[in-house]
Design a protein around this ligand. Structure first.
Ligand code: ATP
Ligand code: MG
Length: 440
């Protein structure tokens, strides 16, 4: 039974699983990571693969990246590799760079309390500093989940397990190391990581690790927006966005990241309506694109998350001098600024979001040369995909989506036959609008 395992286990000595008794083969490890491990070892240091790389290899999955842990200090690491950069303010790490592949090399660290006690924790118990070097064992205990604290030792190719991670891998169980509530208070982002790993690995969160999450979820409001943005990318661009979203909502975590989205979603009991379906389809599309090896952008996902909340902010544009597009621009500015206080949204994403939104009303106008002009817009493709999403979610007529799908496939002559001829009075109206432009 999951809850029966002592937490933390009392065993002082690690369990060492020899090469013959586990499935990690050097053939599955990136040659660059091996190079780093061997060079550290040959220079007399301890060097291990650790974290998600070991976990994923044990599960027979392809690791996203390979992290190395060592007893060499950052300066010593740098001395060994010409292609090495030291990074990080909170804790110093070495990045060994091989073209596009970066191997992160971290010195074994101890938990913050080993330093000067309370000084490294905030009043709420949050980690402020954790740059104290330590032993490999201390390094294991400061990690988040047991399955993330396994070491593949390059000295003898064994797997070293201080925290019972091997049993949890076999049981498909996600278990925090140490006292769950204290560990979440130390770093509330671990709650997001719990949901992410549960979705990605198909693991069950161990009940004692699961129990405090909902109650502690408001602690996420104190996390820096830039860090949450990085987490959001991992949550929703990891290939299991829909499953992750559902878990995040289940644990009341989603609303701590996207409160305006949660407000809108929370209104309906049933989940098969717009705007819930808009979000669900956006997440599903994202997962499908990743599975097919197609590029994805968080701009599209954020546009879907915030669309309905933005629409509700739109000022009344049924007044002279204001168009629907201008009303969207005003509302978009507001909602993006407010969302950025929770998760930052770099301009390279907020700008496309605005464009995806402001192009939406233009799909309704199928008069004269308008459709061809829209087609030529640099952001047409993303805006059209967004229109299809709205169609799937039942917000706009499917016939409108189909019309645009067909319109793109036609040659210019056929396109001219599809549009509504410009009404004769249209020219005059357009001219009048141009004159109005300067004072709007
Ligand atoms: P992924 O497959 O997403 O890379 P990962 O487990 O490697 O998963 P990383 O964010 O790359 O996750 O972190 C590497 C390792 O560092 C983790 O496996 C874990 O041991 C440790 N770690 C990362 N974040 C935390 C945290 N917030 N608290 C404690 N340990 C952490
Ligand atoms: Mg990793």
């Amino acid at each position: 039974m999951p809850g029966d395992i002592p937490n933390p286990p009392a065993a002082p000595a690690p369990v060492v699983i020899p090469r013959a008794e586990h499935n990690i083969s050097r053939a599955d490890i990136s040659p660059n990571a091996l190079k780093v491990l061997y060079r550290l070892r040959d220079a007399g240091f301890r060097a291990c693969l650790v974290g998600g790389g070991v976990r994923d290899l044990l599960l027979g999955r392809e690791p996203k990246d390979f992290d190395v842990a060592t007893d060499a200090h950052p300066e010593e690491i740098r001395a060994l590799f010409r292609n090495c950069r030291l990074i990080g303010r909170r804790f110093r790490l070495a990045h060994v760079i091989f073209g596009r592949e970066v191997i992160e090399v971290a010195t074994f660290r101890a938990a913050p309390e080993a330093e000067t006690g309370a000084a490294a924790l905030s009043d709420e118990g949050r980690i402020l500093r954790d740059n104290v070097y330590g032993t490999i064992e201390e390094d294991a205990w400061r990690r988040d989940f047991t399955v993330n604290a396994l070491y593949y030792d390059i000295a003898d190719f064994s797997v070293i397990d201080y925290v019972g991670g091997m049993a949890d891998i076999q049981a498909g169980r996600l278990r925090l190391i140490g006292d769950p509530e204290a560990r979440y208070r130390e770093d509330p982002v671990r709650m997001l990581r719990a949901a992410r790993f549960a979705a990605k690995l198909g693991f069950r969160i161990d009940p004692p690790s699961e129990a405090p999450i909902t109650e502690l979820s408001p602690l996420l409001f104190d996390i820096a927006p830039a860090r949450l943005f990085e987490e959001v990318l991992k949550l929703f661009l990891g290939g299991e966005a829909l499953e992750t979203f559902e878990l995040l909502r289940h644990y009341d975590l989603f609303g701590k990241l996207f409160p305006f989205t949660e407000e809108v979603l929370g209104e309906e009991e049933e989940t098969d309506h717009f705007p819930h379906m808009l979000v669900v389809h956006a997440l599903r599309n994202t997962d499908e694109r990743i599975a097919a090896g197609k590029p994805v952008t968080p701009a599209f996902l954020f546009a879907a998350f915030l669309w309905e909340a933005m629409r509700r902010r739109m000022p009344d544009y049924d007044v002279p001098g204001m168009s629907e597009i201008q009303a969207i621009q005003i509302a978009a500015g507001e909602i993006i600024a407010e969302q950025a206080r929770h998760t930052s949204i770099p301009r390279r994403f907020s700008q496309p979001m605005r464009e995806i939104w402001t192009l939406q009303p233009r799909f309704l106008n199928r008069n004269g040369r308008r459709p061809q002009r829209l087609l030529a817009h640099p952001r047409f493709r993303a805006a059209y995909d967004f229109l299809l999403l709205r169609g799937q979610a039942g917000e706009v007529d499917q016939a409108l989506c189909d019309w645009w799908t067909e319109f793109q496939q036609r040659n210019p002559e056929e396109q001219a036959g599809m549009v509504t001829p410009e009404p004769r009075s249209g020219r005059r109206r357009r001219r009048r609008r141009r004159q109005r432009k300067p004072d709007s």
